[in-house]
Design a protein around this ligand. Sequence first.
Ligand SMILES: *[C@@H]1O[C@H](CO)[C@@H](O)[C@H](O)[C@H]1NC(C)=O
Ligand SMILES: *[C@@H]1O[C@H](CO)[C@@H](O)[C@H](O)[C@H]1NC(C)=O
Ligand SMILES: *[C@@H]1O[C@H](CO)[C@@H](O)[C@H](O)[C@H]1NC(C)=O
Ligand SMILES: *[C@@H]1O[C@H](CO)[C@@H](O)[C@H](O)[C@H]1NC(C)=O
Ligand SMILES: *[C@@H]1O[C@H](CO)[C@@H](O)[C@H](O)[C@H]1NC(C)=O
Ligand SMILES: *[C@@H]1O[C@H](CO)[C@@H](O)[C@H](O)[C@H]1NC(C)=O
Length: 427
Amino acid sequence: MAFASVWNYCVPLTILTVACLVRTARCQAVQAENVTVLEGGTAQISCRLQNYDGSIVVIQNPRRQTLFFNGTRALKDDRFQMVLFTPRLVRITLTNVSVSDEGGYFCQLYTDATHHQVATLSVSVPPETPTVEVKQEAVEGGEVELSCMSPRSKPAATLRWMRNGREIPGVVSQQDNAKTFSVSSTIRIPVERKDNGAALSCEASHPALSGQKRIRHYRLDVYFAPTVRIVPPPGILREGDSLSLTCSVTGNPLPRNIQWSKINDTLPERAEISGPTFQISRLNPLHNGTYLCQAQNNFGRAADHYTLLVYDNVSVTTTVPPTPTTQPITSHPVTPTLLTLVFALDPKDPGAVQETHSAVPYAVIGGVLALLVFTVICVLIVTIWCSVRQKGSYLTHEASGLDEHGEVQEAFLNGNDASQGKKEYLL
Ligand SMILES: *[C@@H]1O[C@H](CO)[C@@H](O)[C@H](O)[C@H]1NC(C)=O
Ligand SMILES: *[C@@H]1O[C@H](CO)[C@@H](O)[C@H](O)[C@H]1NC(C)=O
Ligand SMILES: *[C@@H]1O[C@H](CO)[C@@H](O)[C@H](O)[C@H]1NC(C)=O
Ligand SMILES: *[C@@H]1O[C@H](CO)[C@@H](O)[C@H](O)[C@H]1NC(C)=O
Ligand SMILES: *[C@@H]1O[C@H](CO)[C@@H](O)[C@H](O)[C@H]1NC(C)=O
Ligand SMILES: *[C@@H]1O[C@H](CO)[C@@H](O)[C@H](O)[C@H]1NC(C)=O
């Protein structure tokens, strides 16, 4: 731009001006402009002429093949078009420019001596939106290695990893592939479970994008072992109620199969399982036990348990059928069991209740009688003892023994009467 080639006697620009002033008619010059175009775009190659006198103008490509000879197409390539040929300006266009079109295009003026100027065509290749490649999977507690790649750009694109508006410095590598560049930026970051789903992005910037960026968004996929939690039903469960448990499972990948089981037992026949839900309708105390929910993925396994206790219908007083009560008795606290028994007697034998009410005076009489019998027996024993003793002493003291004996006999008779009366009474 700063200087122009001249033909004939003309020398560099400063002198040229002077020279041309002197010999206006003869001082011809050609001036070429460098041009930069996006790949696939259209390049304009212009040769400015000064003091053109009708000489032949030749335009050549970087391989020095003649494209146009004084306005006439020479090379059979339709991408080149002569668009302008005036005494001041010769202009051709090149459509669908590729990087292989790069180089110096020659603007030549054939006169007494050949003179040329070179227009350098540069092709710019902006990057496509970069791609992200996982070099090392993100497992909880480990590190993830990610590469952001821009396979083709010219000049080389600049890649930046971003997270929450902050740059994560990466290791950049650049490869030259015949005029274009492949660029990558690799980061390694420690990951935890909470990072699962975190948003990262890789931004490619390039001079041809005029300040804009090509951004690839990436969500961290952090693998972690499952967690399992059974959501227990509120309140207590009674016989006849239905049980519904939900197993809430996390994990990445999310475990597909959720296994339900009962510890040391088989699952009840009535259990209905549908993925994370477990149901038993019409509970009965035989259903009690510990139920397990288990899940696993490639990174581990987890389980939670729920202990089911089915209570019996304590509030029920009159409508308890006698048969089912036998089952819950075993598992029940003592008081309700006794209550059930007492109430169970009630509707069965009303007469029994009446008897228990009138039983009090009978008991008193019975007690009195028992005391009487006891007394009689005592007297009897004493009498027998005395008589045995007197029989021994009878041989020595007859008279005194008789008196005594008479008294005892009377008493014995009386006692006998009393005991007989009691017997009758009882019968
Ligand atoms: C055109 O580009 C060439 C090669 O890049 C350079 O040497 C020359 O100085 C440039 N010319 C102008 C006028 O900028
Ligand atoms: C070259 O082309 C220009 C423009 O068409 C014309 O004026 C000039 O005479 C031509 N020169 C020769 C030598 O044919
Ligand atoms: C542009 O050139 C490329 C090869 O350089 C070719 O594949 C493509 O078809 C061309 N496009 C047009 C519109 O000619
Ligand atoms: C226990 O009570 C519930 C309602 O409180 C009732 O649905 C169920 O049938 C009762 N079970 C028995 C065995 O009586
Ligand atoms: C299951 O049975 C084993 C051995 O019989 C026993 O040690 C364990 O406590 C039982 N578990 C439950 C929850 O009943
Ligand atoms: C409830 O379960 C416990 C433990 O398995 C058991 O000892 C008890 O007998 C069970 N009760 C009933 C009514 O089945």
